[in-house]
Design a protein around this ligand. Structure first.
Ligand code: FES
Ligand SMILES: [Fe+2]
Length: 402
């Protein structure tokens, strides 16, 4: 149990908040290359800020203020050009660095005017990697965009699966520091739902005997030992990482995924599941595809037919911002306690002007990629009903192929 003030500090992400300042020290995905190729101007909201994401006609990405600083037309209606985005109202042209390059009337009627040089629009640096467009919202000098193996390996095919959730980002992350829920939420509750449909149990994982959490360079390594498993099992000897501050890296060596939780604002979050799968020998590489998954059915009821939707139920079911002043933490929650302690420590570092953990600045460390260690086969892979294979995801997906 924590105080309201402590809960606010952990959950609020707007500009100038302690957590907002910490999260802004890392790169975050803000769009996909496949969707920007189809619709090159998009209105987006990240960390409580309304913004415009665009792709210029020469393929450069930009993330700038939502509105034109002239008469505040939304730049969602902008026209992409070679050098940037042109406002639809009076044609002011902005580049990805936030500079105003042209003001058509002023440029002709008052060519001596330097007014455009005085105009600067909010702009954040963006880079593309692994089919995602990433942005950095923090102070310069910006760190390197981490080249996690899942994003970079050439022997993988990939699907990007996006969920928009009406809840605070920390609920998703807390759940990733809580291995014990697996046997109850996914198996117990999942089986209960199946029974209601007249189906046999979907999964019966063994009970957790031990859980462990080790802080390492990039976050927290999570390990578990299940009843009946030897202590040499790689679930226990290796586990999988929670990448600080907002990514779960999971899924086994041949089908790894990243679950990235990006705050839209305090009460909305994108859960971006970046699924990779090792390509079969001799198979042709597939283009990266993008899917938007529904969280609710047409009647507004939560869909709970897969592992990830069980998790979404847990996150959304805790309320828009979970009231941690009312919780009663047990020993099974020590991963959550450790994760909050790390967040608090790192917020303190940022407040003192220091660099938080897991910020990457060393090119030799980042290139060609950062190899993430993880167990061979995750717990969720033991049930074929919850097949995470890309073929299955593609089959059920409303996919935007690049
Ligand atoms: S409102 Fe954008 S150019 Fe006038
Ligand atoms: Fe889960």
């Amino acid at each position: 149990m924590i105080t309201q003030e402590q809960n606010d500090r952990l959950t609020r992400v707007g500009p100038g908040t302690p957590m907002g300042n910490l999260l802004r020290r890392y790169w975050h995905p803000v769009g996909t290359e496949a969707e920007l190729a189809k619709e090159p101007v998009q209105r987006v909201r990240w960390f409580g800020e309304d913004l415009t994401l665009f792709r210029s006609t020469r393929g450069e990405y930009g993330l700038i203020d939502e509105r034109c600083p002239h008469r505040l037309l939304s730049l969602e209606y902008g026209i992409p050009e070679e050098n940037g985005l042109r406002c639809a109202y009076h044609g002011w042209l902005f580049n990805a660095k936030g500079g105003c390059l042209e003001q058509p009337f002023e440029d002709v009627a008052h060519p001596e005017s330097c007014f455009k040089n005085e105009i600067k629009i909010k702009a954040y640096p963006v880079e593309a990697l692994g089919g995602l467009v990433w942005a950095y919202f923090g102070p310069e000098p910006r760190p390197l965009l981490p080249r996690w193996d899942v994003l970079v390996r050439e022997d993988f095919d990939r699907v990007i699966d996006i969920y928009t959730l009406p809840c605070n980002w920390l609920q998703c992350m807390d759940n990733s520091a809580d291995p014990v829920h697996f046997e109850f939420l996914h198996a117990g509750y999942g089986n209960y739902l199946r029974k209601k449909e007249g189906l046999p149990p979907g999964m019966n994982p063994a009970r957790h005997r031990k859980i462990a959490f080790d802080v390492f360079k990039y976050g927290i390594m999570k390990r578990r030992l299940l009843e009946g498993e030897p202590e040499t099992a790689d679930d226990w000897t290796i586990g999988h990482p929670l990448l600080f501050p907002n990514i779960l890296a999971q899924g086994g060596v041949d089908a790894p995924n990243l679950q990235i939780r990006i705050p839209i604002d305090d009460t909305h979050t994108v859960q971006l599941v970046y699924r990779a799968q090792k390509r079969k020998p001799g198979a042709a590489p597939q283009p990266i595809a993008v899917k938007h998954s529904k969280v609710f059915d047409d009647n507004g009821k939560l869909l709970v037919n897969a592992i990830l939707s069980h998790d979404a139920l847990a996150w959304i079911g805790q309320g828009p911002i979970m009231d941690r002043t009312r919780e009663n933490l047990a020993t099974s929650d020590r991963g959550v306690v450790l994760y909050h302690k790390l967040l608090n420590e790192q917020m303190d570092l940022v407040a003192r002007g220091l660099e938080p953990m897991a910020v990457i600045r060393d090119r030799a460390e980042n290139e060609p990629m950062i190899d993430l260690h993880r167990e061979h086969k995750p717990l969720s892979a033991f049930d074929s009903r919850y097949d995470n294979s890309l073929d299955l995801v593609r089959k059920h997906a409303d996919v935007v192929a690049k």
